[in-house]
Design a protein around this ligand. Structure first.
Ligand SMILES: [Zn+2]
Length: 324
């Protein structure tokens, strides 16, 4: 599962085993004490937005939610209706699928270009997507020649992905990668996942271990350096309970190099969207003022316009890096 907002690709987010712990967590338990990027221990209040306390690392500037939501809060957020496409009407669900597949193709083209510059090609590479949702990226990746595997937190979504793929390529699981042997993949995809993880540094160490030498990691995540973040400030749509960290160009690059990756390439996070998708998204994840205005737009606009594919760079970054 990953989370979705206007420019994000999908709605499937990966909590770090929120449902498996039963002890009550206090605000003190949930306070981040060490910055995952630079290991500093001093945070300053940044602002509170929609009830979400945002702090910044005084050393590297990373923005984070602090304290983090409890496991039970996250489990509630990631309910069965969290997925885009989980309970929409058939027409809208079809729109979501079109948009996700087109975005996956766009990201795979960029991945191919990154690999190509390093003398590698997709064919035969072992690809793992963590938080693969309904499997749209995996379907496109397989068409490009990758051997595909996925991990998905939601059993329902994993079943849909396996059905679409026609093979049992997706296992149900959290972001714990303990079951995977060292060096078992050549490519790892984390699309709209890392901002949901309680300890992204430990997680990337684990991804690094699981990747073979000369492997590539692709991360798509919201960016505080995006035009929408700069324009909207504390009203940025990516400030949400399930997003625990808010990276920018410098902090994501540093986190990757600190965890052993090299050759980091950063670019604006490109998404393919249709107006129908954007409106449907804001129906599902309402934003005051915007959602009703968009709903009105849907009732007025001709359907051909609503289904026009638009290539948009709105709130994220696409990051590629290599395990040497
Ligand atoms: Zn820091």
């Amino acid at each position: 599962m990953k989370a979705d907002t206007l420019p994000r690709r999908r709605v499937e987010a990966v909590p770090s085993d929120p449902v498996q712990k039963s002890e009550v967590q206090t605000a003190d338990d949930l306070r981040a004490r060490t910055c995952p990027v630079c290991l500093a221990t001093n945070f300053a209040p940044h602002f509170t937005t929609r009830g979400i306390p945002i702090e910044s690392c005084e050393s590297c500037g990373l923005l984070l939610q602090n304290p983090q939501p409890s496991d039970s809060d996250l489990a509630e957020i990631y309910g069965p209706h969290y997925f885009i496409g989980s309970d929409e009407d058939a027409e809208l669900a079809a729109q979501f699928e079109i948009v996700k597949r087109a975005t996956a193709r766009l990201q795979l083209e960029e991945l191919d270009a990154y690999l190509g510059k390093r003398g590698r090609a997709a064919r035969g590479l072992r690809l793992l997507e963590i938080g693969c949702g309904h499997g749209n990226m995996l379907i496109e990746a397989r068409a490009s020649g990758y051997e595909v595997n996925g991990i998905e937190f939601s059993a329902d979504a994993a079943a849909i992905a396996n059905q679409k793929l026609g093979i049992e390529a997706v296992r149900v699981g959290s972001t714990s990668l303990a079951g995977f042997p060292d060096r078992s993949f050549d490519v790892c995809i984390l699309a709209d996942v890392i901002e949901h993880i309680r300890d992204p540094r430990a997680f990337l160490h684990d991804v690094w271990r699981m990747l073979d030498h000369h492997s590539t990691i692709f991360i798509a995540t919201p960016s505080v350096d995006s035009w929408s973040a700069r324009l909207l400030g504390r009203h940025w749509m990516e400030f949400k309970r399930e997003h625990l960290f808010y990276f920018g160009m410098a902090t994501i690059e540093r986190l990757l190099t600190e965890t052993g990756f090299a050759d980091v390439t950063l670019g604006g996070g490109k998404k393919v969207l249709t107006p129908a998708y954007i409106i449907g998204h804001f129906d599902k994840f309402p934003v005051a003022v915007l959602s009703p205005v968009l709903r009105m737009g849907r009732s007025l606009a001709p359907s051909v316009l609503l289904q026009t594919k638009l290539k948009i760079t709105a709130s994220g970054i696409d990051v590629y890096a290599t395990k040497p």
